[in-house]
Design a protein around this ligand. Structure first.
Ligand SMILES: [Zn+2]
Length: 233
């Protein structure tokens, strides 16, 4: 089994961290130089969070310079948030710049969206980007989920999930993440597979196939084998 964490803000000690998964570590543009040397094994997503989109010109200029680096496997997290951050007049133009950059570099996008789904769909219909766009930490209701599936989005599931929506999402559009949560990636996989009534290894293989398709440059993790105790569970 291979576990992939497509969106996280936390990496434990490099030599000691969970050897059984591979992750996409989210960093700000100006953090990348240091992070890429201190986390040799990991890949990165790089962008400006909508909460901090005010006065982000320097970060955006720098992002444009570093984003072609092959260790940056996704642009973001970026997006729109109604509850936190500056007005949409600031957030949406910056979000569009991220989409344009991702298109230019042919890299997927990691999207943060809170209570701004109409705006998200509106921006996507306007720009019609072709790169895979993953809505991270997804836990929307079934009605919304159906709409977003129709719009072509992919979904990353974390510790909080919507049990009614999850089964609606096609298997080839699912990923898992730890974000800032306390739950390990293995437990996120386990919880998600249980809601889907799937065996853990069957679910992990389906997600791994999605990762290989969308993030072909992401290093595979060391395979995970159940030990005797787990086999007895
Ligand atoms: Zn995040």
């Amino acid at each position: 089994m291979e576990f992939y964490d497509v969106h996280t803000h936390q990496i434990l000690l490099e030599d000691n961290d969970d050897p059984y998964h591979s992750c996409i570590f989210d960093v700000y543009p100006l953090e990348f130089e240091v992070a890429k040397d201190s986390h040799q094994r990991h890949a990165f997503s790089c962008g400006i969070h909508p909460w901090y989109s005010e006065g982000s010109e320097t970060q955006m200029t720098y992002l444009t310079e570093i984003a072609p680096n092959p260790r940056i496997v996704a642009i973001g997290e970026t997006g729109i948030d109604r509850l936190k951050g500056p007005s949409f007049d600031v957030q949406i133009p910056l979000f569009k710049k991220h989409i344009e950059l991702a298109e230019k570099l042919c890299k997927p996008l990691i999207i943060h969206c809170v209570k701004a789904w109409e705006e998200l769909i509106y921006v996507y219909r306007e720009l019609r980007p072709s790169q895979p766009s993953i809505i991270h930490g997804y836990r929307g209701r079934p009605e919304l989920t159906k709409r977003l599936i129709n719009e072509g989005f992919l979904f990353s599931i974390g510790d909080h999930l919507n049990v009614d929506s999850l089964p609606l999402i096609p298997m080839d559009r699912l990923f898992c993440e730890t974000d800032e949560g306390d739950m390990s990636i293995r437990d996120v996989y386990l919880q998600t597979s249980q809601v889907l009534n799937m065996e853990l290894d069957e679910f992990a293989e389906a997600v791994a196939a999605n990762v290989r398709r969308v993030f072909p440059d992401l290093q595979p993790p060391k395979p995970y084998f159940l030990d005797e105790e787990e086999l007895e569970e």
